[in-house]
Design a protein around this ligand. Structure first.
Ligand code: GDP
Length: 474
């Protein structure tokens, strides 16, 4: 019982095994150094190489971040760059928001990885709907794109990656490259098979000082397809299924306002239970299956996998209640019916195992309102609370669930999509990886010059359980 050893282990836990640095002011972001009190230590340790890349990145961000000399020269100028400017070491990747919070977070983590690999500085264009969610992730600087950025509002006159790609095909001279470029990796964008995942695409992009990214996808698997990044990535992530787990815990620290909501909820509803079960119910189309079918499906799943006990309808069990063993189910859903029905069921009945089950649903927003700050902070709170659970049941194709599972280092049971009143069989399936799924990956094989199935090229990529054409790192 060497006290110095336990002090070291607390310091390790607090800094997430070296992912975080200790130099931040604790009060400005309480969650950064307190998350370890709420979440079990991860069995997945970041590699030394990843840690060194993060420290190098922080250094770069400090030197090139907003309002530095380089930033002012390269970014605010907004005019043609001379060859000299292009040769300076500061290059930028501007992240812009689209879609819901889960989509935004998986894209941000992918963008950060891309920034690390290409030595770019990641700047985020947060509107008022995102300002209050996260702490600053990088020491001695800011990741917020200043409002004086020349294209804050109007991006109509910036060239796109595709247009430059076309021009470059015709004339391979570098002189044609603009200082700013829009890189559209949206799932809905026609050009999403645009050689971004090929070395030739990267050769071109690396010469552009500022890229403005528009995406709603977890495109990190694309980066693993690029020959020139592969070695770096293998060293950073010897365990390929930990990309979001590490980068997400590095980047996303709830703001003090969000942390207040999270810690209050946790203390009041989750802390005392022996086991915490997270249930994320995302219904994309409410006409497809009635609430009751989905509840029946959830029960079929949780009973089959012994996540929750059956209720004792015949009141046969006579043994006393196991007062000591209780489980709490935290329900995240836009609709109140789920928490209410499950809660009532477990309050009015005893269970066959005599365990006490409590159900807690923090909010029911009824519909998605992703441009609202109040709405997004609730979403973030719930994603975080789910990530603190011991087991998760999630909905298919939901990035909201992906973020929770990856932060928590959990492989969830994914519900199958239900139609009508039929309960899918099996009702749910265990995910093979804690990584988010890349819903719309490229199909074009750069070497083959034809359509390929990337799972046959890379053994650490598999099609997702919940999205047949999607790709997941495993
Ligand atoms: P996805 O659409 O399921 O992939 O997840 P996103 O997070 O990208 O978009 C869904 C958005 O709807 C969330 O960001 C929230 O704004 C809202 N939403 C969906 N489900 C929930 C929920 O369980 N709780 C809360 N508070 N909001 C939700």
């Amino acid at each position: 019982n060497d006290p110095s050893l336990s002090a070291t282990s607390v310091a390790n836990d607090k800094l997430l095994d070296g992912l975080l640095v200790s130099t931040f002011d604790e009060t400005s972001c309480l969650s950064r150094y307190r998350s370890y009190l709420y979440r079990k230590a991860s069995p997945h340790k970041p590699s030394k190489y990843l840690i060194s890349r993060l420290r190098n990145y922080e250094h770069l961000h400090t030197n090139c971040g907003p309002h530095t000399k380089s930033y002012n020269k390269i970014v605010t100028k907004g005019t043609e760059v001379s060859k000299n400017d292009a040769a300076t070491k500061c290059k930028y990747l501007v992240w812009t928001a689209s879609n819901g919070l889960g989509n935004r977070m998986v894209t941000l983590a992918s963008a950060f990885l891309y920034a690390i690999l290409t030595n770019r500085v990641l700047l985020v264009r947060f509107g008022f709907d995102m300002f209050g969610l996260f702490c600053e992730p990088f020491p001695n600087s800011s990741w917020l794109l200043p409002r004086s950025f020349p294209y804050w509002k109007d991006q109509k006159h910036i060239e796109t990656y595709e247009s430059v790609l076309m021009k470059n095909k015709a004339n391979s001279s570098q002189e044609l490259l603009p200082p700013f470029l829009i890189l559209n990796l949206q799932h809905s964008h026609d050009g999403h098979n645009n050689f971004f995942h090929c070395d030739r695409g990267q050769d071109l992009l690396q010469k552009v000082p500022t890229l403005i990214l528009s995406s709603d996808q977890y495109f990190a698997p694309s980066l693993f397809m690029i020959q020139s990044f592969r070695q770096d990535l293998s060293k950073m992530f010897p365990e390929k299924d930990t990309v979001f787990h590490h980068l997400g815990r590095y980047l996303f620290h709830p703001s003090n306002e969000a942390w207040k909501l999270i810690s209050k909820s946790y203390e009041a509803h989750l802390a005392k239970a022996n086991e915490r079960i997270g249930l994320q119910i995302r219904v994309f189309n409410t006409h497809r299956a009635p609430h009751q079918t989905i509840i029946n499906e959830i029960l079929a799943c949780t009973i089959q996998h012994k996540l929750l006990p059956e209720v004792d309808m015949q009141k046969l069990a006579t043994s006393p209640l196991k007062k000591q063993t209780s489980k709490v189910v935290i329900v995240a859903s836009l609709y109140s019916e789920y928490g209410e029905k499950l809660g009532t069921m477990y309050v009015t009945n005893t269970t066959v195992t005599r365990e006490v089950i409590r159900v807690y649903q923090p909010s029911h927003e009824e519909r998605q309102k992703s441009n609202s700050d109040k709405h997004n902070i609730k979403a973030w709170t719930e994603i975080y609370l789910l990530s603190l659970c011991d087991a998760l049941i999630t909905s298919p194709k939901s990035t909201f669930g992906y973020v929770a599972q990856s932060l928590g280092g959990l492989k969830p049971w994914i519900l199958q999509r239900a139609y009508g009143e039929t309960i899918p069989d099996p009702p749910c399936q265990r995910a093979m990886s804690m990584e988010p799924c890349f819903h719309y990956p490229p199909k074009y094989g750069c070497k083959a010059n034809s359509t390929v199935d990337f799972t046959s090229l890379f053994h650490h990529m598999k099609h997702c359980e919940d999205v047949a054409n999607g790709l997941r790192l495993i």
